[in-house]
Design a protein around this ligand. Structure first.
Ligand code: NDP
Ligand code: 8X3
Length: 250
């Protein structure tokens, strides 16, 4: 059987790191991206340079992204699956108290970088009848206080995924939007600017989704028979559900 290649963004932590392990275990080659080069290097050392290629760059840096693509080792140059996972939320303040720089960083990472990499890889994904899995969020479907721009970026990811499907009609390329709910990763540590106690408090007693759960979900999506496409997949822990609307009274 031919060895397939997957490009995973955000491979240094959380969902992305667990997905690297899942795909390597499944026999795939992995292009692992993230800014923390030391963590990527550990992946290469653990699995070998023939299995994992470290592509250390900031996804907001288009020139670095293009250089990483142009300099892929020949064995990694044919990409069958793109997993657009790199992303972040910054802050939990209401819009009127939010930091504009944080809003821009979320848009640049979760939206602009995701479409840039997708645009770059689309020709070869079409040529190879490949697939794209975009990591969106329930925050793109359910409003909550402090979700403002983060939720907006994820609504974009969900709709972009569906529109990509329309444009790719007839090409055989599969596109899926995965929309997880509360999952314990470094997500809350990043969102709170490194507040470990806040992160632990959020997940305590909730039995949140694990990174491995999402890695298994992506693995399942990627290995379905080629005539099947999961369009959208919303996943929550049993402990989480949607709550109602709010009313302000005089
Ligand atoms: P983590 O913080 O654990 O992982 C985020 C990953 O994104 C890291 O590998 C980080 O790598 C990478 N990343 C962030 N910014 C950049 C950048 N500018 N350039 C390159 N890589 C970057 O969080 P999760 O695993 O939870 O998050 C993965 C995805 O899942 C995100 O898109 C998030 O929005 C989404 N999500 C998370 C949920 C949750 O509750 N945890 C629920 C729903 C969706 P590095 O810092 O090394 O660059
Ligand atoms: C992360 C899930 O609900 O914290 O995307 O926004 S949530």
């Amino acid at each position: 059987m031919t060895t397939k290649t997957v490009w995973i963004t955000g491979a240094t932590s959380g969902f992305g790191a667990a997905t690297v392990e899942r795909f390597v275990a499944g026999g795939w080659r992995v292009i692992a991206n993230g800014r923390r080069a030391d963590r990527l290097q550990q992946l290469v050392e653990r699995h070998g340079a023939e299995r994992v290629h470290a592509a250390a760059f900031d996804v907001r840096d288009e020139a670095a992204m293009r250089a990483a693509h142009a300099n892929l080792p020949p064995a990694f140059a044919g990409i069958d699956l793109l997993i657009n996972n790199a992303g972040l939320a910054l802050g939990t303040a209401p819009a009127q108290q939010s930091d504009l720089a944080q809003w821009k960083q979320m848009i640049d990472t979760n939206v602009t970088a995701l479409v840039t990499l997708t645009h770059l890889l689309l020709p070869q994904l079409i040529e190879r009848r490949g697939a794209i899995v975009n990591i969106s969020s329930i925050a793109g479907s359910y409003a909550y206080r402090g979700g403002n721009v983060y939720g907006g970026t994820k609504a974009f990811v969900t709709q972009f995924s569906q529109n990509l499907r329309s444009d790719l009609h007839g090409t055989g390329v599969r596109v899926t939007s995965v929309e997880p709910g509360m999952a314990e990763t470094e997500f809350t540590l990043v969102r709170t600017g490194g507040d470990q106690a806040a992160s632990e408090k959020l997940y305590a007693g909730a039995q949140p989704i694990t990174a491995g759960d999402i890695a298994d979900t992506i693995w399942w999506i990627a290995n379905l028979p080629p005539h099947l496409n999961i369009n959208r997949l919303e996943v929550m822990p049993v402990s989480q559900s949607a709550a109602g609307l709010q009313v302000a009274r005089d």
